[in-house]
Design a protein around this ligand. Structure first.
Ligand code: ACO
Length: 311
């Protein structure tokens, strides 16, 4: 029977069709998807912090309203993704505990501080831009609940990217000091945003199998290249530069060449040694503890409802 189930699974993957929660799947497929979706969910939740920190300091009521909406979207993405991951059999409580204990990874990019208002622009343009480049192919992921979640999330990410671009455009066309602030935020964010796509392909242990299973559709380096090609003309339109002296059009390849990224920095950040790792986790733990009364009240309410129904 195991053989028949495996053959059925292989057939679905070969047809480029979808696996659903009740279908049989290899343990390793379940495990890697749980890992990726949970990391993705944690990234959305931790990713609320650098921007949440700027809501009270946004320069106008309109900017405040937009930023609040964006941070709320991120909470929504996180909850959506935890639900998708739960269909694979791990509870949200367990995933949350892994994050709070420091056992689970989340995206490296959220371990950098957001220093000025211009960082809201750079995060929207470059971080959400990288997220979209990475996530559009995930809409075709072989695991149904993840692929479907990605469709909606990508639509909202497009709005996030445009609002970031618009912040930078406004600053770039403002006073010299505003333009400089925009340029400095881009300088800070560029390298870490390119690292969001993960390590280079020859140091990416999960890619080969995830691509064979139609979870990932492109390698880390392929998506990174696609992103660089996309942002170069956008930077020109903004009137800003990208901080890479090696960035230049390669006629033969039909792509932009770009300089080596600081991979020691990247591996340090994902081991917990980035500039804001400790602060991000401490904040998340405190928020979790402060929310204990809500969880208790909800559980008590559910218990009373169940009691009332059984009478
Ligand atoms: N930050 C933190 N950890 C990372 C990053 C990163 N930018 N890139 C790779 N890693 C981790 C991987 O999770 C993996 O660790 P693990 O085996 O302990 O889980 C290890 O580094 C090796 O990397 P890969 O073998 O390349 O891992 P994978 O095949 O999972 O590819 C990738 C990494 C591209 C990030 C993939 O997991 C993915 O597409 N995830 C979904 C998108 C996502 O999580 N986005 C979050 C940021 S966007 C946002 O939230 C707005």
């Amino acid at each position: 029977d195991q053989e028949r189930a495996q053959a059925y699974f292989d057939g679905i993957i070969a047809k480029d069709s979808r696996i659903e929660p009740a279908d049989w799947m290899p343990d390793a497929y379940r495990k890697t998807l749980t890992r990726q979706i949970a990391q993705h969910a944690h990234s959305e939740i931790i990713g609320m912090q650098p921007e949440g920190n700027w809501i009270t300091r946004a320069p106008s009521l309109k900017r405040k309203a937009i930023l609040t909406a964006k941070v709320q979207d991120e909470a929504g993405h996180g909850l959506y993704l935890y639900s998708a991951a739960e269909t694979l059999g791990t509870s949200r409580d367990e995933m949350t505990q892994q994050l709070l204990d420091g056992r689970a990874k989340y995206s490296s990019i959220f371990n950098y501080p957001a220093r000025t208002w211009a960082d809201m622009g750079a995060i929207g343009w470059l971080v959400d831009g990288a997220a979209i480049a990475n996530q559009v192919p995930l809409c075709r992921c072989s695991y149904g609940p993840y692929g479907r979640a990605m469709v909606r999330i990508c639509k909202e990410e497009s709005f996030h990217q445009r609002q970031g671009w618009e912040i930078l455009y406004t600053l770039s066309n403002g006073t010299p000091a505003q333009k400089q602030m925009a340029q400095e935020a881009v300088n800070r964010t560029y390298g870490p945003a390119l690292q969001m796509f993960g390590p280079p392909d020859d140091q990416s242990p999960n890619s080969k199998q995830s691509m064979a299973w139609n979870i990932k559709r492109f390698s880390n380096d392929e998506l990174r290249q696609r992103f660089v090609d996309m942002i170069v003309p956008q930077a020109e339109a903004l009137g800003l530069t990208l901080p890479d002296p090696d960035l230049k059009w390669n006629e033969e390849r039909g792509h932009y060449d770009y300089g080596e990224l600081d991979w020691d920095e990247f591996f340090g950040v994902i081991k917990g040694h980035g500039p804001a790792n400790a602060q991000r986790l401490a904040h998340r733990r405190a928020a979790h503890d402060n929310g204990a009364w809500v969880r208790e009240a909800a559980a008590e309410y559910a218990r009373k409802q169940a009691d009332a129904q059984s009478q």
